[in-house]
Design a protein around this ligand. Structure first.
Ligand code: IPM
Ligand code: MG
Length: 356
């Protein structure tokens, strides 16, 4: 009997639906190639739905997503909704609700893709950011006092628990070992200023490291990491860091690997349901125009295959993306690819079908 996976699809806002449509095409192509099947269910969650009904994310949404083997997300964000509402009410809520404590962001420069870094190529840019995804400044702890007055106080607290920090660091060590590249894990922190939070991170890092004598360890402050990511990206293999720093350095990394059109991420709970998404937003100005680059969403689908245990399918997706970048696409930017969004999906399907 062939195996079937239930994939909950949240196309979301803006260009999200156009992107996930291509991801689904590609997923179906690898499923038939690898002899398993995918059952997609679509979930209407996002800015449009919120504006129409006032509901952001209902209990029944959460229940049905929880029952899936994986969640495939397009984009969340709507120009008519105040910033923060959808991000907190949907994206962050799902990450927290499903305790997706890892945000995995591979950074790889494919052949044929331009990087803004002078004299650096695919051999130099190939690392992974492991971002803690449920704690830090993102918990929403804090508050305002004397709001709107000259005496206003605004507090935003960073929450770091031993459990949260340790499971993230442990995942990073395991991932680094499994990836088996340079076998080097760099902790990105700010031990010189955040002397409580990163003291916990650093102590935990060294303690866990003792269980991984085969992995080289390194430490750099987040500001220095930004510098080295530009100057010597070849120094990195796997980087582990907290939620906020991970958010920031992964956008820098996205530009280094060729832009938002190719930056994919995964929100992982190794024991429960994980969620896969392109890092970029909903790009309202390109909505419905078939200009958006679907590759980030397709690479996210590839990480999904890897995470659910279909690594051959993941390898087909990666090889097809590499081929399309080497041979077909003129540019990664929206509207400059030389193909429509759907044509890029079609090319990938052709490459997958003709692959050995
Ligand atoms: C990301 C995004 C989100 C984050 C926003 C939209 C809340 O920037 O996935 O990196 O900060 O995590
Ligand atoms: Mg971000």
């Amino acid at each position: 009997m062939t195996k079937t996976y239930n994939i909950a699809v949240v196309p979301g806002d803006g260009t999200g639906p156009e992107v996930v449509a291509e991801g689904i095409k590609v997923l179906n192509a690898v499923a038939s190639k690898c002899d398993f099947s995918l059952d997609f269910s679509e979930h209407n969650i996002g800015g449009e739905q919120y504006l129409a009904s006032g509901d952001i994310l209902t209990e029944s949404n959460i229940e049905s997503l929880a029952a899936a083997d994986a969640i495939y997300l397009g984009a969340i964000g709507h120009p008519d909704v105040k910033p923060g509402i959808l991000e907190k009410g949907i994206l962050l809520k799902l990450r927290f609700e499903f305790d997706q404590y890892i945000n995995l962001r591979p950074v790889k420069l494919y052949e044929g893709v331009d990087t803004p870094l002078k004299d650096k190529g695919p051999d130099d840019i190939d690392y992974v950011v492991v971002r803690e995804n449920t704690e830090g400044i993102y918990t929403g702890a804090g508050g305002s006092f004397k709001y709107g007055t000259p005496d206003e106080v605004a507090i935003q607290e960073s929450i770091n628990t031993r459990k949260g920090v340790e499971r993230c660091i442990r995942f990073a060590f395991e991932y680094c070992r499994k990836r088996n590249k340079a076998r080097k894990l760099t902790l990105c922190g700010k031990t010189n200023v955040l002397t409580y939070a990163f003291d916990l991170w650093e102590r935990t890092f060294h303690e866990v490291a003792e269980e991984y004598p085969d992995i080289e360890t390194d430490y750099a402050h987040v500001d220095a990491i930004c510098m080295w990511m530009v100057k010597n990206p070849e120094w990195f293999d796997v980087i582990v860091t907290d939620n906020m720093f991970g958010d920031i350095i992964s956008d820098l990394a996205a530009m280094i690997q060729g832009g938002m059109g190719i930056a994919a991420g995964a929100n992982i709970n190794p024991e429960k349901v994980s969620m896969f998404e392109p890092i970029g937003g909903s790009a309202p100005k390109y909505t419905g125009q078939q200009k958006i680059n679907p590759l980030a969403g397709i690479l996210a689908a590839g990480i999904m295959m890897e995470t659910i245990g279909e690594s051959t399918a993941a390898a087909y997706i990666d090889a097809a993306v590499a081929k399309v970048l080497r041979e077909d696409l003129k540019d990664l930017a929206a509207g400059k690819m030389g193909y429509t969004t759907a044509e890029v999906g079609d090319l990938l399907v052709e490459h997958i079908e003709s692959a050995k």
